[in-house]
Ligand binder design. Sequence first.
Ligand code: DGL
Length: 282
Amino acid sequence: MPGAQPLIGVFDSGVGGLTVVAALRRRLPGASILYLGDTARLPYGTKSRRTVLRYSQANVDFLERRRVDALVVACNTASAMALDDLVVRAPHWGVLEPGASAAVASARRHVGVIATESTVRSGAYEEAIRRLDPRLRVSQQACPLLVPLVEEGWEEDEITGRIVARYLEPLLAEGIDTLLLGCTHYPMLRGVLERVCGPEVTLVDSAESTGALVEQALRGRGWTDGAGPESASVRLFATDAGPRFARLAERILGEPATLEWIDVDESGTGGTLRIGEEVGTS
Ligand code: DGL
């Protein structure tokens, strides 16, 4: 009900979408969040549109059964391949349009987009940017190794710097002035991306622009921070829970994280995982 604190449902293929949750928490500290990471079926970034749509719809249905007031598709791949065909009752947003708008606002002539293979193949970012400003040049680069490097916790490792430099080489050689981070995990690599790109290239983070758009939309609908941050909660569900997911969740959120292990189809709770524990049920 507008006027009260909203309950926002957010889903991603894994825990990388918590970069969007972190942005929402900064902007809407009074909002409660239900997050679903489809860790059992990760990655989406190499899969077909049909499969990504089927998985995404199951995630939406899971969150809507929990009566969310608004829904955010935090996964860039799902936003690029499935958003338009999802059946969603609640007001909802993906990360693609906000990312594209922010890139257009920053770019002078040439935007580089880095994303998963499926997102790049869909051409959705390029289309969205060109729709907003047909004069802009857009170059895309799939960076399949970056998600595993973040999940390994190697954001600052020297090998990550070399891989990032290799991926960005063609984009930098073409003279991009803006780099759009079109994948949930890439905000975690901001430091190395900035070092490789240098001061001439502006980085645009689709997680941050999505947080801004959702805040504006919810406040526009009359939602407030209600009783304030003390009464806001964040509940994290995952379809598979292992210590690596819980550790990554903590790194992204910057606060202790507990993943509740569920099955999206049966909506049963499979167990709870705290860092360093093994899940007790199978
Ligand atoms: N969440 C995906 C994205 O933003 C990255 C991980 C995956 O491939 O599932 O595109």
